[in-house]
Design a binder for this molecule. Structure first.
Ligand code: GMT
Length: 375
């Protein structure tokens, strides 16, 4: 198949899922065309069956806001026509689904039929999408997409709750390639961040309000008071400055390291003992799955789709949003002795195996095939 993938090229979960999906489809022999405004961060170097088409928006002085959606739709038309695409798969509803609809209509007027799949990732429905200024467009796009997928059952239910649509939504979860047994992974860099008797707690996100990274600091403070530990914070975003201030207030600066945007988060995760994800809302929690895949148990909130990934008492623990006392208590339960930590590490990795990339990518291929059979 020739597949066009439209995505946000950044470190965000939707971009990571879209890029890894495209890479995996290309490995299976499909021709994959990424369409977005800059090279996707996880795409890496030159690879077979993969092309990247840049959407370049000119900076006309007339426009206060550049019309990205229009340029994107034009680029989709161009790539579909000249590369002979069979299907478009857009990740994140805004503005990718509406641009895809426009491209589809333009192509139809030229006698070309192209179905498009919209994958909902979370904030496009739970935060941004609920903004009344977007609602009519999103509802329309959900109804007009040839197929809609959501990354968790919880996101599917949220979509029905917030938008007046009854269209069918397939749940296709985030996925991961589990590397070898966690005990064989290289932990030598651990010594750079912690002494042998200290634990390493870790958090990875885009430091937006919804991630509640301040709770990570509060949990860390409580854990560190009982078991000397270090905290590694990966990522960057709007809350970073406030978090640095909070670190100073809590007198934790010498124990907390802000690592910034790290390309290969696996390297940080595999030297960690516990991963913290206290989000206010989270449609799936890809960051937690990435931690579990390298044998790191997860302390998380019990919101959105997280309980579909992190199993309470097995791959980690779940607490109510904001309940930092419970999160700290649960972290200490995991860290209480080596046997407990080892058990949780093994269980976390076992749980991650349920989201194996090969079986999940097959589910997307099935959606494509069923649409192409209808064309
Ligand atoms: O988590 C973010 O803020 C990034 C966001 C995105 O849209 O890129 O991630 C969303 O999509 C991921 C991939 O499907 C999910 O694993 C995340 O849970 C989801 N984030 C939220 O729902 C807050």
């Amino acid at each position: 198949m020739k597949i066009g993938i439209v995505l946000y090229p950044t470190f965000g979960g939707s971009g990571v899922v879209a890029t890894e999906l495209g890479k995996s489809l290309a490995k299976k022999g499909h021709k994959v065309h990424f369409i977005t405004y800059s090279q996707p961060v996880r795409l890496g170097s030159f690879r077979e069956n993969v092309s990247y088409h840049e959407v370049a928006v000119s900076d006309y002085p007339l426009f206060e806001y550049q019309p990205y959606e229009t340029v994107l739709a034009s680029k989709m038309v161009d790539v579909v026509k000249h590369e002979g695409l069979d299907i478009l798969h857009v990740h994140y509803a805004i503005p990718h689904a509406s641009a895809a609809f426009m491209a589809k209509m333009i192509l139809k007027s030229q006698g070309i039929t192209i179905p498009f799949v919209t994958t909902l990732h979370g904030t496009d429905i739970t935060l941004v999408g609920r903004d009344p200024s977007f609602e009519p467009v999103i509802t329309f796009c959900l109804n007009e997409s040839d197929a809609v997928t959501a990354v968790s059952q919880s996101l599917k239910e949220d979509t029905y709750k917030h938008f007046s649509t009854t269209r069918h939504i397939d749940v296709i979860p985030n996925f991961i390639k589990v590397p070898g047994d966690f005990e064989t992974l290289d932990r030598s860099r651990r010594a750079c961040y912690a002494s042998e008797d200290e634990f390493i707690l870790c958090h990875v996100s885009n430091f937006r309000k919804v991630k509640r990274v301040e709770d990570v600091l509060y949990v860390f403070q409580k854990v560190n008071a009982v078991k000397p530990s270090r905290l590694l914070l990966v990522g960057d975003g709007p809350e970073r400055y406030k978090l640095e201030e909070l670190c100073r207030e809590l007198d934790l600066c010498d124990r907390v390291k802000f690592l910034g945007k790290v390309m290969e988060t696996q390297h940080v995760l595999q030297i960690s003992d516990v991963f913290l994800l206290p989000s206010k809302t989270e449609s799936f929690g890809l960051a937690a799955l990435e931690a579990m895949a390298v044998g790191v148990p997860v302390i998380s909130s019990n919101t959105g789709g997280i309980p579909e990934v992190n199993l309470h008492g097995f791959s980690g623990f779940l607490s109510n949003v904001g309940d930092v006392d419970d999160m700290a208590k649960n972290t200490l339960e995991i860290l209480k002795d080596q046997a407990s930590l080892l058990r949780f590490r093994k269980q976390a990795q076992d749980r991650a195996r349920g989201f194996d990339i090969d079986s999940v990518v097959k589910q997307y291929e099935e959606v494509y095939t069923s649409l192409l059979e209808m064309v």
